[in-house]
Design a binder for this molecule. Structure first.
Ligand code: PLP
Length: 435
């Protein structure tokens, strides 16, 4: 209660802003994830690893746009390239462009994809990946992981530009279109449980188009796969002709140079990318094996989007691709590992029921003494302590992601001095908890 009182004392402007914004925007936000009680902090500007809120407070940003701001806010190279596109090249052609082709070629090489298409959000990429898997297999059902989040996609493929053959000549009455989304069955399985997957496939395998999974789950803090789990998933999908979709919206460039699949050595059929690849601009992609992407070539499915691969976003993407070298990412990862080691030391010293989990440039404190292997384990962690830990930080100028299922990100703009702030802050919390 004292920490919440402290929160409302320094963030009055955010409270007032939320009251105003709620008159026009449901909950006063532009995405439901931006909302929290009593109100979210409203940010006015950002630079490097730091945010300034509407009250003029400076906050160390460890959320970094839910991981999208890997290269840092207002990264000078991104700013320069985007400004160049904005002032000299143009922002939207809706035609093929060398800029989009160049980026596609770069991602082919970087992520080991045969073919890909650009979209504008992770949600769209997932929607199209599932559509591609359905077109490729001629099946409808999908498998997903219990507790996993993959964006806001819903089945929306009802009566879009129907064939003349279906609707009759110009003077024919407009036919009634049955509203039948037929989303298909979604089978839900626990992460890290190959037995469950095998059972679902044995019973329903012939109806299942795709299995969608984050290779490392980054929407339950961070949950890593057991040794051999992803290889087992790969083999099971092969056996049943199921398209394996790795949702790398979050792991993309943050799990390492070419995402979690390359890091962990298991190749999916399709991959979805978003967030970190765009340097803060709305860029996403889906792609993978040629035979699956062939459905877009031969017309078994279509893929649309006015803004797909626009030159403004491509300029940012090119800059991000150039900036995110092995060396740059390795340095940020080493910084992250040092911070996690320091936090683990504090956890040991104060005998806290917690441990850190990390992947690449991301990390989190999981408030349980034992490892989390799936959603149910995650739900059994101590959310009270997780919330207190977040609140403790933000009250002292350190903004980790407010959603307790997120993780911090060490961007290319963070320094060891910045990470020392996080560590000191955690030490303060540990001492208070033990006092
Ligand atoms: N997939 C995963 C794993 C995500 O974490 C998210 C967003 O957080 C999405 C998909 C959706 O991406 P977007 O918000 O760009 O639509």
């Amino acid at each position: 209660a004292a920490e919440w009182e402290r929160f409302t004392s320094w963030s009055r402007g955010s409270g007032e802003h939320n009251a105003r914004a709620s008159q026009s925007l449901p909950l006063g936000v532009t995405s439901s994830f931006q909302h929290w009680e009593p109100y979210p902090i409203s940010i006015e500007s950002a630079r490097g690893a730091w945010l300034t809120d509407v009250d003029g407070n400076r906050l160390l940003d460890l959320s970094m746009g839910f991981g999208a701001m890997l290269v840092g806010h207002l990264n000078p190279v991104v700013v320069e390239r985007v400004t160049e596109a904005l002032t000299h090249t143009g922002t939207l052609f809706v035609t093929p462009s060398p800029q989009a082709t160049e980026m596609a070629e770069r991602y082919q090489t970087r992520f080991g994809l045969d073919m890909l298409r650009f979209t504008n959000s992770g949600t769209e990429s997932l929607m199209y990946a599932i559509r591609a898997a359905r077109a490729f297999t001629g099946r409808k059902a999908i498998i997903k992981i219990e507790g996993g989040y993959h964006g806001g996609y819903d089945a929306l493929q009802v009566s879009v530009k129907p064939d003349l053959a279906d609707i009759g000549p110009a003077d024919a009455p407009i036919p009634e279109v049955p509203f039948d989304v037929e989303a298909g069955t979604v089978h839900v399985i626990a992460y890290n449980d190959l037995g469950q997957l095998h059972r679902v496939l044995a019973e329903h395998g012939r109806d299942i188009a795709a299995l969608v999974v984050e290779p490392v789950i980054e929407n339950l803090a961070i949950v890593v796969p057991d040794e051999g789990y992803l290889a087992g998933v790969r083999a099971a999908c092969d056996e049943h002709g199921v398209v394996l979709v790795f949702d790398e919206v979050k792991t993309g460039l943050t799990a390492g140079y070419a995402g979690a699949s390359q890091r962990l050595g298991v190749q999916p059929d399709l991959i979805t990318l978003a967030k970190s690849i765009g340097g803060g601009l709305p860029l996403a992609a889906f792609g993978g094996k040629r035979e699956v992407m062939q459905v877009v070539v031969d017309g078994r499915m279509a893929h649309f989007g006015t803004y797909n691969g626009n030159p403004l976003v491509m300029a940012a993407a090119r800059a991000v691709d150039e900036i995110c070298t092995h060396e740059a990412l390795d340095a940020a990862e080493a910084m992250n590992n040092r911070a996690m080691d320091a936090i683990d030391e504090i956890i040991r010293t104060h005998e806290l029921p917690a441990h850190t989990v990390g992947l690449g440039v991301k990390g989190c404190v999981t408030w349980s003494a034992t490892p989390v292997r799936n959603y149910r384990d995650y739900k059994a962690t101590d959310f009270g302590l997780a919330e207190l830990s977040w609140l403790w930080g933000v009250n002292r100028g350190v903004l980790t992601p407010p959603g307790l299922d997120e993780q911090w990100l060490v961007s290319l703009a963070h320094t060891d001095e910045d990470m020392a702030i996080l560590i000191d802050d955690f030490r303060g919390l540990a001492e208070a908890l033990r006092a």
